[in-house]
Design a protein around this ligand. Structure first.
Ligand code: ZN
Length: 404
């Protein structure tokens, strides 16, 4: 597939432009391991593009054990340094949308981008045997420690545990159609990495260091192959203060159309907050924290629907317990309870009648690996995040056998 559109992207941090196309860089050796890196899915987050260019340049002469692709996201929006033009490119990756996309005659800006990325993705998956590692590079509008976000599948959890960063699970329960949720549903390891604030120089540095680690952890590059593995590892570990716990999202403040939402100044991601703290104003109404927790990704830009999240630490005992339950495929037992039945057994979708099964909390379903979506007042639909996992591709990897 050839894409000839050249796009100029300007880095405020580096005070310089670069010219890119859909494939920023690639090294192909279609024998096995494949690492696919996305950058600029949001057009005002170009840090990852510059990191990809730096990393490919520095591994130019290195021997690689597989294929690596660096792919750009929203080219039109990157050119204008805007999050998106018509709609958010990271909220349209549902199976339903993709089916429609193939038949649609007129595409908007992001559907055009999506359609190119979709073709390329399919080509990469069909040309390479795998195992596959998908990495999506982002930055945030607020100050933050670098962190990873994943759909809570065991393969994602175990692979991302190798990096010295905090991991946030379950964000996909609150968002519709992120690219990585789609790829995770295909069964592949897929991790999002947010390196810092949009235009900071360190965001590029952390993106680059993270990529070096990912190339080594996926075994595509030997540890000795990069100049200084420890330097990159320590750079990330220092940036996170060796903070590498696992969190889950418990709340999202969603901004509605025509809302005038304004976060109070000075909040950072991973900042602990008490109950009742004034966080934001919305149409002259005060928004205070409903409970004690940890603030996550407060929004400091005009565009976007996610005002802020609240996360909390997941205790290691729950991680171990959930790993055991999922390995035993214990979810088959859930349907023995009244009010819970298979909506689609082949696709591992459960439906729960909350009037009958009210003693089940969402946390219980999380343990079994399900992500929930409220369908109406009294029903939940539950999707198993791990059952599609292509464990056949990963089971020989050393990280695969961790207790988490
Ligand atoms: Zn983003």
């Amino acid at each position: 597939m050839t894409f000839n559109n050249m796009t100029e992207v300007h880095s405020k941090a580096l005070e310089k432009p670069t010219i890119i196309s859909r494939v920023i860089s690639k090294r192909e050796d279609r024998k096995g391991i494949t690492v696919v890196i996305f950058a600029g899915i949001h057009g005002n987050e170009n840090s990852g593009i510059f990191a990809i260019q730096e990393v490919f340049k520095s591994i130019e002469d290195c021997e690689l054990n597989g294929s690596v692709y660096g792919i750009s996201g929203n080219l039109k929006a990157l050119e204008l340094n805007k999050r998106f033009i018509d709609e958010d490119l990271n909220r349209i990756w549902t199976f339903e949308n993709l089916e429609k996309l193939i038949r649609k005659k007129e595409l908007n800006t992001e559907e055009n981008e999506q359609s190119e990325i979709f073709d390329l993705l399919n080509e990469i998956i069909s040309l390479n045997p795998g195992p596959f590692y998908f990495i999506d590079l982002h930055t945030t509008s607020s100050k933050t420690l670098p962190f990873v976000t994943i759909s809570d599948a065991l393969i994602n959890r175990r692979f991302s545990k190798l990096f010295p960063v905090p991991i946030v699970l379950g964000i996909e329960e609150f968002l519709n159609g992120p690219l990585l949720t789609y790829i995770n549903q295909l069964g592949y390891v897929s991790i999002g990495f947010e390196s810092g604030q949009h235009d900071e120089l360190n965001s590029i540095n952390y993106h680059a260091s993270f990529l070096y680690l990912a190339l080594v952890f996926s075994r595509i590059l030997k540890k000795e192959g990069i100049l200084d593995f420890d330097k990159h590892y320590n750079k990330i570990a220092d940036a996170t203060n060796n903070h590498s716990e696992i969190y889950e999202v418990v709340h999202l403040h969603r901004i509605k159309e025509n809302d005038n939402f304004k976060m109070l100044n000075g909040f950072k991601s991973f900042q602990p907050i008490k109950k009742g703290v004034l966080l934001a104003n919305n149409n002259d109404e005060e928004i205070r924290s409903k409970k004690k927790g940890i603030l996550f990704m407060p929004l400091y830009q005009d565009i976007g629907e996610d005002g802020f999240f609240i996360v909390r630490k997941v205790k290691p005992i729950f991680l171990r317990l959930s790993a055991i339950l999922r390995r035993a495929k214990a979810d088959n037992l859930l349907v023995l309870f009244p009010g819970i039945h298979w909506e689609n057994k082949r696709k591992h979708v459960l439906k729960v009648d909350l009037k009958v099964a009210r003693f089940f909390a969402k946390q219980v379903f999380h343990l079994f690996g399900f992500r929930s979506k409220q369908v109406d007042e009294t029903h939940l639909k539950l999707y198993n995040r791990a059952r599609n996992a292509r464990t056949d591709l990963y089971k020989k990897e050393s990280w695969f056998n961790s207790p988490y």
